[in-house]
Design a protein around this ligand. Structure first.
Ligand SMILES: Cc1cc2nc3c(=O)[nH]c(=O)nc-3n(C[C@H](O)[C@H](O)[C@H](O)COP(=O)(O)O)c2cc1C
Length: 352
């Protein structure tokens, strides 16, 4: 089957993410500035640590989301199906990548469909702002229904679009679209960034539009500006180099957004989450769950379902260990446990 232009671009992205240097050295989540305090006598057994939480009416066995990555090609189909199976096995949430290719070529729906291998997983559809404006609420509803997803993630990626020669240059009309989608999907609607973070003031406006779940997707992990930089040349590549460290570090975004929106909003922390201790730190400073993309994609590429399964097991084991060593039976205990926050995160938290 001839594969569409959008789908081919996604495969080029997968190649770069599988092997390329897509996490620039200087970029940091600033999670190194969060120090959880060791408890030498935790008075707790590892089995007692409780990680479950409820999101959109479904119970997750660990506070983890495999954030949306791909779809549109046969290779992408395999990634989605492998990672969805692993999410199902461990009781995690799972998001597909942008369904733009499916909107343009409905026959590509099968590359996003995972329900037959992950019947119970909390499944999240995905579309970008501009495409959602273009297709309207009913079109977006059809995309979500077409894969039997539980809800929708709307992704914001202004920095990436500006780094693509063929990318969008007009970002007007976003908040009214968000308001329409929030009223259509209710609580089953998430707004996410894609590695540049969401600032507290933007989060507050999104919540005023009715958004109840946010993924800050901050700086410190996969840089989409960097990915585009690697695909382009000339002025585009130069601008890509200039902006490949642009964004709000994940730790600063989580702490700032939590303070701005209060406890009732569900907050996902993604962007550079690489192990169980990172997960524990973002939960401690205000996230309800952590999201991971690149490390799980790479684990799947290297070792299929077994590789991704082992990676998830290690993350969950690290998280459990961090809770035990801070004498936290639950995530709520972890949030109350002592921690030290050092500069430069401290500066970000004071200034944001
Ligand atoms: C291969 C790959 C493809 C991605 N495609 C999408 C996408 O289609 N839609 C989206 O919302 N985010 C996409 N993302 C962004 C991730 O969901 C996430 O927000 C970001 O990569 C930060 O997480 P990480 O540092 O763990 O990779 C993609 C990430 C990767 C690695």
């Amino acid at each position: 089957m001839p594969e569409a232009h959008t789908a081919r671009r996604k495969d080029a992205h997968l190649d770069l993410c599988a092997q390329g240097d897509v996490e620039p050295d200087g970029n940091s989540t600033l999670l190194d500035c969060v120090h959880l305090v060791h408890n030498a006598l935790p008075e707790l057994a590892l089995d007692e640590v409780e990680l479950t939480l409820t999101l959109w009416g479904k119970v997750l066995r660990a506070p983890l989301l495999v954030t949306g990555m791909t779809g549109g090609t046969d290779r992408a189909r395999e990634v989605n199906r492998d990672l969805a199976q692993v999410a199902e096995r461990h009781g995690l949430a799972f998001g597909v990548g942008s369904q733009r290719a499916m909107a343009e070529h409905p026959e590509l729906a099968r590359t996003f469909q995972v329900r037959d291998v992950a019947p119970h997983v909390l499944l999240i559809g995905n579309i970008g702002l501009r495409q959602a404006i273009h297709m309207g609420v009913d079109g977006v509803r059809r995309l979500v229904g077409g894969i039997d997803a539980d809800g929708l993630a709307l992704h914001l990626n202004a920095a990436q679009e500006l780094s693509q020669p063929e990318g969008d240059r007009d970002f007007r009309g976003g908040y009214s679209l968000v308001q329409a989608l929030a009223s259509a999907f209710g609580e089953r609607f998430l707004v996410k960034e894609t590695g540049c973070g969401i600032a507290p003031a933007v989060a507050r406006r999104l919540v005023d539009c009715g958004v109840r779940t946010l993924d800050v997707s901050g700086l410190g992990g996969t840089s989409w500006v960097r990915v585009e930089q690697l695909r382009t040349s000339g002025q585009m590549a130069e601008l890509g180099a200039l902006f490949s460290s642009w964004g709000i570090p994940t730790a600063a975004a989580v702490a700032g957004v939590r303070r701005a929106v209060g406890p009732s909003v569900k907050l996902v922390a993604s962007g550079g989450i690489r192990h169980g201790l990172d997960v524990a730190k973002v939960l401690a400073i205000g996230a309800d769950l952590a999201g991971m993309a690149l490390p799980l994609f790479r684990a799947q590429q290297a070792g299929g379902v077994a590789g991704a399964d082992a990676a998830v097991r290690t993350v969950v084991a690290g998280l459990r260990q961090a809770l035990l060593l801070t004498s936290s039976r639950t995530v709520a205990d972890l949030r109350r446990s002592p921690r030290v926050v050092t500069a430069p995160l401290k500066d970000w938290m004071e200034s944001l």
